[in-house]
Ligand binder design. Sequence first.
Ligand code: ARG
Ligand code: ZN
Length: 874
Amino acid sequence: MKNVEHPTIYRKDYRVPPFIVESISLIFQLQDDHTDVFATTRFRKNPDAGEEGDQLFLNGEDLELLWIRCNSDELAANMYQVNEKGLSLTAPGDSFTLEIATRIRPDANTLLEGLYRSNGNYCTQCEAEGFRKITYYIDRPDILAPFTTRIEGNKSNCPVMLSNGNKVDEGELEDGRHYAVWHDPFPKPSYLFALVAGDLRYIEDFFTTKSGRNICLRIYVEERNITKCDHAMLSLKKAMRWDEEVYGLEYDLDIFMIVAVDDFNMGAMENKGLNVFNSKYVLALPETATDNDYLGIEGVVAHEYFHNWTGNRVTCRDWFQLSLKEGLTVFRDQEFSADMNSRPVQRIDDVRILRTGQFREDSGPMAHPVRPDSYVEINNFYTSTVYNKGAEVIRMMHTLLGAEGFRKGMDLYFARHDGQAVTCDDFVASMADANDYDLDQFTRWYSQSGTPVIEVSEHFDSEKEEYSLNLKQSCPPTPGQPEKKPFHLPVAIGLLDQDGKDIRITDDDTLVLELKEAEETFVFYGIEQKPVVSFLRNFSAPVRVKPFQSQEELAFLMAHDSDLYNRCEAAFQLAEQVIFAALEALQAGGQPVLDDQYLTAVSANISGGQNDKALLGQALQLPSETYLAGQMTVIDPDNLHAARNFVKRELAGRLIDKFTALYLENDEAEYQLTPEAMGKRSLKNIALDYLMAIDAPPQEIIDRCLAQYETAKNMTDVVSALQIIANSELDVREEILGDFYELWRNDPLVMDKWLIIQATSKRQDTLDEVKRLMSHPVFSMKNPNKVRSLVGAFCAMNHVRFHDHKGLGYAFLADRIIELNTINPQIGARMVSPFTTWKKYDGERQHMMRDQLERIVNTENLSGDIFEIVKKSL
Ligand code: ARG
Ligand code: ZN
């Protein structure tokens, strides 16, 4: 590392701000090659700050300061100091006004933070610390102020000019220019500020709130996308209704706007009244978007909308509290999606994301608590731990307190904290106080990192008719935390009798045990025969359970468990066992064999008349190589790939009739977007994927796959077939990929799919293909979606090819990270992820990955973003 310092910020250093802001008013003059920003801010000494002195520090980065005035007098250069982090001056009194003029260059902004341009249109991203790239300000979330924003621009390229709140004025200016003034009456932190200006169209709808207020809803997009917004609008209205029904929460402004842009670092952003979205989470038509895209849009639109209360009305005191809004809002969007679609399928998907991404993070060098204690770059902490594990922590409180108790806690949280910037402890205190429930030990979920492990042992005494469960919990050491105290964790269980029926062990079929000690035994009386335990139903806590059940028991649960989540879970565990058995055989140089019992269980599952098709589809899906790798002590990418393929190929070959029947039964002529129809499509496409995995598949199967590609009218079916074809050695492969490109070359989101499909192909030559695609006209290192679709997909989703023993994948990724360091370090830092687990591979691969990490860390002017992750990994 050269030339730059990257200080660490600690949670324990939090101090209340010495000054607060009473109001801010902004003027943006949008010019062709720059923008001038005039900020008038009223400051007051913070009475809560004590004797902090009279030095005021304003954050500001990459700004050209034009002038500064204090109480209307221009300040001479010796009255203030400016460095690359900000501006400081001595306050002239307890209350004063600063006017600051800065010049910024949105056109040159490739960081996509602050004010930038996407396809010529202006937009902003201020969370977490982007506002300081617009003007000098106290850019921290506990400074809340009402904003007034005046935008001036050309009528020709900026007919639309938007900001937070309500439009209060607009009019003409000279030289073909015009202005618009927006006022947001709700005091907000600067990270929720937004400005959008450009040549945009909108669709409009209305929503009547439960108290009868009429809200105008608009979605703004480029003209070419105007037909693709209906699903997002429908999702928004559903989310607004759901939040009223489930939490009693009503929207507060008169207008709610969503804007879709193609260049965006993350998924979307909840700016007050003006959400800005990655177009991936807005635009959809059946012919361009898959069922997963539709579900993603519904979930993300809801997520950002829900932030209006959990995030905006009540916000975070400091960035260490990020999970206060993100964990809670993810939990809320998961529950919303579960209510709109299939609840067990939603849970399976959410748990899969947690176990693949978060468990991996929790076992590596970046492991951190849900409420981190320190960071170098806050953008690196928008993690699966803060979001997804954070949501699990909220879910556990929901499980412990029940839906009603949880609602009482939410009501108290808003009653106490509306309009404030608060902490995770404040949230837990509301839950505890509203229910008179002790959550003291529970708060360890916020402070301790690492994934707890539960060991289960069962004992059955037929004489006494007693069944007992002995549970031990432990948590492996993580960076900075060698030892852990026991967690308070809800363990939901059911006991199945020999017929597979739930034994009533409480008023309910499911019982929630509260495990608080390192070891506890729970005894059940009056149990006549040895039951089969359905353990950790609905995944009631984010833990690893040491496998303790036999294949027979798992097959039994898979067939009978009344908890549909656990039925699938049993299928996954069984598949995992079978794949690892094959892996062992391969590693020992032998031939793997497929266990008959497993085959019978899968076959029975298919014939089981499962009426939730989506759920059966889930149960049939083998765990991914990335997930399986996370379960191994020394990862062996080649044999892992071969073992998983072996199981897939064998299953397909031996159950060919069943998979063929599944395909035909679920091939619907008519396209619908209901959960049932989506379930059928997924099942059909999984069946096709199995069938095509057969060694030299019969011609009729190949024909079916090709026919599906050619005739399908919806993108789900088209890409499912295309993905299989791209993975194959079929002669028509190139031609079909070319055909798809010609058809969709003008649709960036479809082109993302085209890139992902090629980047994740398991063929030997994939890396060469990825390198070729880097110079293809549709690819750009400046567009995060493209980087994720090509570089990200290859390195993070193509386990066997990225980890090719020659190490060329490693060198490729390091080159891209170094390139991104100057273009968009935030995205660059995200790309480091596949390297972080380098210690889990064999010596040779370790060596090669470490060399690349060292090469990155020695890059000149390395950004804090990339530095932090690489440094922690080494
Ligand atoms: N708050 C946004 C959300 O809804 C995420 C924005 C984060 N952006 C960033 N650059 N760190 O999840
Ligand atoms: Zn969020």
